[in-house]
Design a protein around this ligand. Sequence first.
Ligand SMILES: NC(=O)C1=CN([C@@H]2O[C@H](COP(=O)(O)OP(=O)(O)OC[C@H]3O[C@@H](n4cnc5c(N)ncnc54)[C@H](OP(=O)(O)O)[C@@H]3O)[C@@H](O)[C@H]2O)[C@@H](O)CC1
Ligand SMILES: Nc1ncnc2c1ncn2[C@@H]1O[C@H](COP(=O)(O)OP(=O)(O)O)[C@@H](O)[C@H]1O
Length: 489
Amino acid sequence: MRSADQFTIANKPIASIDLMEKAARAFVQSFLRDEFDPTKSVAIFCGKGNNGGDGLAAAHLLLANGYQNIKVYIINFSNKQSDDFAINLQRIDESRCKKVFINQPSELKSLKADLVIDAILGSGLNKALAGDYEELVQFINKQHKKVYAVDVPTGFFAEGKLPEVYNGIKAYKTISFQRPKINFFFPESAAATEKFEVVEIDLDEGFIQKQDAAFQLIEESDIQNILRPRKLFSHKGTYGHALIIAGNTNTMGAALLSSMACLHAGAGLTTACIPQGGLIALNTTLPEVMALPRDEYTRIEDLKKYQAIAIGPGLGTDPENEKLLESLILSKQPLIIDADALNILGEKRDLIDKLAPNTILTPHIKEFDRLFGEHESWWDRVQSAREQAKKLKIIIILKNQYTFICLPTGKVLINPTGNPAMAQGGMGDILTGIIAGFVAQRYTAEDAAILACYIHGKAGDDLAHEHFVVTASQVVRRISGEIKLLIPR
Ligand SMILES: NC(=O)C1=CN([C@@H]2O[C@H](COP(=O)(O)OP(=O)(O)OC[C@H]3O[C@@H](n4cnc5c(N)ncnc54)[C@H](OP(=O)(O)O)[C@@H]3O)[C@@H](O)[C@H]2O)[C@@H](O)CC1
Ligand SMILES: Nc1ncnc2c1ncn2[C@@H]1O[C@H](COP(=O)(O)OP(=O)(O)O)[C@@H](O)[C@H]1O
């Protein structure tokens, strides 16, 4: 983003001060959508870099929008200041805005404002907060005001490993410029901001698009570009045969859910490889699904019959399942590996190196750490997932509120859909089934992963508008409808 900023200034006829004005305008527009009440008092804390410059320009714009009670606190802990900060300071001097210089945090005794805008430090943060800055931030946090952060909450690193204990501003909302900062997608960001919004400031999009960004956010248009309609004169054979190896005595539900998800994602045929004891449950609840009874001697002989093979949901880690997984891996067939099959891999790590290219692993945080070792932070975990996906030429879907799809190329795609109403058992089982459904339809492993994560989360988001919690069964029933809405007409 920083290089995009400089490119825009150098190549478009726009001065950096005008870019700052655009940023402040975009910030204020978003702020006003949430808080349009000019009778409210607003305290704006400004550092002396460009983040502070944005804060000063925002003060100006709020005055212009009728806010009478604005007070700017200039944080004067350093002698350095940016040029654009200086220009905006002069503008503030010439306006009727109240301002005060804070030379030490102890000068602040109380804060009466209704709302706070944090423009102390932004993406220029280059070390953890300490000393006066830390004291100031603690003072602001203790006031328990609703804080809007400009671009990045003060003290929050936009990228790189986040410290275990966060000591920066605790914002209600962060209004960030042009692109979300990568660290917003990690659970650690919850300590820094309850939510974030990205606003356009007209940086040179062409340049940004050309950047070889390691992280990319999946957008609805990507899904529309990938999805294909059902073909005229097609039949069940056109859409592939998926095999779901799942379920055990007490976990038949996992097999049913993933098989049902595979059906609803559009596989032509679905076979569930389940224990004998689950046959009645399968035949009564999912008549469309065929059964391949599993016992301790099961070997899947005719692998080529299946375009997609998923293994793991509710499988159990008994020795016979270990043998089954091992035989599948040694067959060099790309698989979709989830849940207990990942736990088996975590115990028999020598198998990891034998995975066929384009295999898809779908671990949640614990399964991931069992496979690849404990990680202190999400930044480290995602870096390891990237390295492993590249080294093993596989796809790792690291699941969380934002799921990271790590590709063999080293690129990481971030899935923006999904929400906490989906935090319930069975949700991962259906993701596996959806992936298998798309792989069966001959989407590439990469495309199947992207489609499945996005559509799974989107179905959950739509349901969450009306429900406090959404169950895996509800999400499954919504999948086909979501595909229909997303598919180009
Ligand atoms: N890029 C874009 O797209 C656009 C960006 N824009 C805006 O610019 C903002 C970035 O501005 P920026 O580069 O001036 O950095 P900023 O965050 O104001 O701080 C700089 C100062 O902080 C200091 N400092 C650092 N860490 C510290 C610490 N722990 N404790 C104490 N001091 C610390 C550091 O001092 P140093 O350590 O280098 O001496 C430096 O002097 C960005 O967030 C956005 O709001 C928009 O206007 C337009 C489009
Ligand atoms: N807070 C959340 N926001 C978005 N998605 C979520 C959230 N909680 C869970 N999910 C999704 O639900 C699934 C949970 O997977 P997993 O933990 O393997 O579930 P299970 O093993 O119970 O089937 C993942 O796809 C995850 O992204």
